[in-house]
Design a protein around this ligand. Structure first.
Ligand code: SF4
Length: 427
């Protein structure tokens, strides 16, 4: 191993967990490079952008003017104290950061919601209403012989998913496992990463994303022996749907993969429900599971921590002193649009590029350096990135493991948790 140390004290690190998307790959090599970091092995476009972002340590600001951290914390606490209904949004942080945000929301009487909740709720509604059968990344990687990618551009959201989970040459159970079939059920999905010895057939079924539910419902009915009429189903030749059903029945371990952020059409939760119900149905005679991806920007950690702290998955209000859950009323966007909230604390520690909602109410931004917004925030406090500037923990998208994150370089940026705890103490 190299032992070169950069000017900022960074060392060479192996088996680093990457916090820049929900699948938290934990096999990266990161080394020093001048004042910064370099991804040496197992990177992707997202991880390179995240880890190699140059270190900058701007001062906190009030109304655009540099101040000390203590002054910024005092000002933030005063704003929260004076607020009737503060919203704690964004929540792009690690487990400690979410814990601290929820504690602050509880003390400040506010609402917590994540920047990517809209996508997450396509899943939560189904889980709450009817349940599902999901697998994990490890199970899928080691056991699946059929992957169906449902209407989701997985490669864009998770650039190494196919490399690590679908195209792996060996499995835990065999050095020479059987080939896999990969079906892209949807239009315009990037298939470029599906290649290699492990891959058998790659099929494209160009279904419109908002008609995937019809296809799965028809397959479910056909599997039960019900009558499904017509030469086409959801705009596809009937034979293509029948062929897909036969492949599902023949699979020894089939997996339907989707990413809720990709399903951006109205009532997309019904597509997640159709996937989940088909999986339950086909499981009666075969082995099948769903695999939901997404969970970027700490969304999975936020949902998990909020669930174990409050009993509810985000969109929780502490305005009355106890957790009050309403996935419609307590959407941060809705509260801001309806002018019900009078203060926004926006937290984005993984990337400076996630824009906060445009609002004319006072704002407190805890964000990675380089953060831009259309309006000058009342208070801006730059924070470090978990897994780069400080150690931490994150929950992986399949919700079965929490991975430790390393501090990779010397940085004076505080963690979001530190700042939030100090604001809470000053309330
Ligand atoms: S696929 Fe995601 S977790 Fe893996 S290296 Fe890329 S950004 Fe990081």
């Amino acid at each position: 191993m190299k032992s070169e140390m950069s000017r900022n004290g960074a060392n060479h690190h192996e088996n680093v967990a990457c916090p820049f998307c929900g699948i938290l790959c934990d096999d990266l090599d990161i080394g020093p490079s001048g004042d910064g970091l370099k991804v040496l092995k197992n990177g992707c476009v997202k991880s390179v952008a995240g880890f190699e972002r140059p270190l900058s340590e701007p001062k906190p600001q009030i109304d655009g003017k540099d101040v000390s951290l203590d002054e910024a914390i005092t000002a933030a606490a005063r704003l929260i104290k004076e607020s009737r209904l503060p919203v704690f949004g964004g929540l792009g942080t690690d487990v400690d950061g979410i814990r601290a945000a929820i504690a602050l929301a509880e003390k400040g009487g506010g609402v917590v919601d994540h920047a990517l909740s809209e996508g997450q709720y396509r899943n939560f509604r189904v889980l709450q209403n009817s349940g599902w059968v999901l697998t994990t990344l490890t199970e899928a990687r080691n056991r699946a012989d059929l992957f169906i990618v449902a209407g989701s551009d997985i490669h864009k959201l998770h650039p190494r998913f196919f490399e690590r989970i679908v195209c792996n040459e060996a499995s835990m159970f065999s050095d020479n496992p059987p080939k896999r079939t990969v079906v892209f059920l949807g239009e315009g999905l990037d298939q470029s990463a599906v290649a290699g010895k492990r891959i058998g057939e790659v099929l494209t079924i160009p279904a419109k994303a908002d008609r995937i539910a019809e296809i799965l419902d028809a397959m479910r009915a056909m599997n039960k022996g019900g009558a499904v009429s017509g030469d086409t189903i959801a705009g596809l030749p009937r034979a293509a749907v029948e062929d897909l059903l036969e492949r599902c029945k023949a699979a020894s371990y089939g997996v339907i993969v989707w990413a809720p952020p990709s399903l951006t059409f109205p009532n997309a939760d019904l597509t997640v429900q159709a996937i989940s119900e088909f999986v339950k149905e086909i499981n009666l005679t075969s082995r099948f599971a769903g695999l939901s991806l997404g969970g970027n920007d700490g969304a999975t950690s936020a949902g998990a921590v909020c669930s174990w702290q409050s009993g509810f998955p985000l969109r929780v209000s502490y305005a009355d002193g106890t957790p009050d859950y309403d996935p419609v009323r307590f959407s941060a966007t809705k509260l801001l649009d309806a002018k019900e909230a009078d203060l926004l604390l926006w937290l984005s520690s993984f990337s400076p590029d996630i824009p906060p909602p445009d609002t004319d109410i006072p704002t407190i931004f805890l964000a990675a350096p380089g953060f831009k917004s259309a309006r000058t925030p009342k208070v801006y406090i730059p924070v470090g990135t978990p897994g780069v500037d400080h150690a931490g923990t994150m929950v992986r998208v399949d919700n079965v493991v929490s991975l430790p994150l390393k501090k990779l370089r010397q940085s004076n940026l505080p963690s979001a948790a530190d700042v939030l705890e100090k604001i809470e103490a000053a309330l």
